[in-house]
Design a protein around this ligand. Sequence first.
Ligand SMILES: Cc1cc2nc3c(=O)[nH]c(=O)nc-3n(C[C@H](O)[C@H](O)[C@H](O)COP(=O)(O)OP(=O)(O)OC[C@H]3O[C@@H](n4cnc5c(N)ncnc54)[C@H](O)[C@@H]3O)c2cc1C
Length: 408
Amino acid sequence: MEQNYDYDVIVVGAGPAGTCTAIHAARSGLQVLLLDQRTLPREKACGDGLSSMALAELNRIGALKRLLEVPHTPVQKIAYHAPDGRSVTVPILKMDESLPATGIICRRILLDNLLAEMAVEAGVEVVDWCRVRSLMVREGQACGVRAERGGGREMAWTARVVVGADGSESVVARQMDMPRYREFRALAVRGYFRQVLGIRGNIEIHFPEESLPGYVWFHPTETSVTNVGLALPMDVVKQGNIKPKQVLRRALESPGLAERFAFAEQMGELEAGVLPVGNPMREVHGNGFVLVGDAAGLVNPCSSEGITNALISARIAGPVIADACLSGSCDEAALRQYPYQLWKEIGPSIEMGGRLLGLRTPKAIGSLIRSAARRPHNAGWISGVLLGSALPSEDLESFLGYINFFAK
Ligand SMILES: Cc1cc2nc3c(=O)[nH]c(=O)nc-3n(C[C@H](O)[C@H](O)[C@H](O)COP(=O)(O)OP(=O)(O)OC[C@H]3O[C@@H](n4cnc5c(N)ncnc54)[C@H](O)[C@@H]3O)c2cc1C
């Protein structure tokens, strides 16, 4: 006999992955509940950078035009700075020529709030200040959540499918016994600084030796404020017993950067967060549930970008969930199209990001930056290699061999 549910889908977490999965599912005709533990709108520690691919995804759901109406900074170029002081500035390649922007910097509170508003417009019921504590599981299949609303009120709702969009410490992933892949993690820290000298409206990527294979970014915002941050692979943090906040401070005090911060004023605290980097072997679904965005561990290991893949995972998950609900079964087999399509689309770039991270030695970075300066026609491609967003070639090994050779 057909079981009665409160909703078709419960999405846990109202970051970009959760709001967009909710939008896609609601537009497919499903009844959707979206929960977040924080009071919305909420801030999130982030570099606030949206790549050309992220903009293309936002355009697909009709969010880009509206995003361009909220305060943001369009960026058209990236300046790369090698450990030896050399630098090159290259244009950001557009994913799609029809897009009105190549990349933008936009505070997360604004982006995430816009997407939450669009979810409500799509018919999603949003409940904030509501922390999911555990999942309801019947015969091995997720079928709802138990949550605590602000003030300690216990709540419970049932659904055909539960979506874990609850970030790097996902309670949905934990409850459904998904392997954590703790080794595939990075740490990032960011702060806002007023009056950094020499900001020219470009993204800046610095590779000071102490941060390798990680990097330091400067993201200009629409005021005279710069989002400054650092991303470091977790094994480097653990092996060296390193504190990312200290590494960032040391990098900003290094001879190459110190004079840029001579008059800078830090606004608020440095804030750190975990980056669950992608691994195509990772399981991201099961009986009655799927994981999207950071909960699924989709951050590019080399660029440390997670928003693009969060949006892609939402675009793929929504229709797969809708098909499963229509078919009357939401078990593991009915949701299997999700991991299949997801890894087919983003697996190669994640794998490539991991491989390119291994090339981040001072010598290789210096050579790549020199090559980009000497050969402007190759600069876009070299930029993709430096940031880990180069498209994989058909023959990965010879592609990497070529880059190695190129970087000598
Ligand atoms: C310092 C830093 C800089 C970064 N810079 C960039 C960048 O410039 N560009 C880029 O593309 N990526 C960047 N990233 C990565 C990016 O922030 C994430 O990949 C992205 O936020 C993932 O979105 P999400 O929706 O999966 O998760 P999140 O944005 O983390 O959203 C998860 C939501 O789930 C909610 N939640 C968690 N647990 C529960 C619960 N139990 N019950 C209810 N709600 C819950 C949280 O409150 C949160 O709102 C950066 C990350 C860090 C830490």
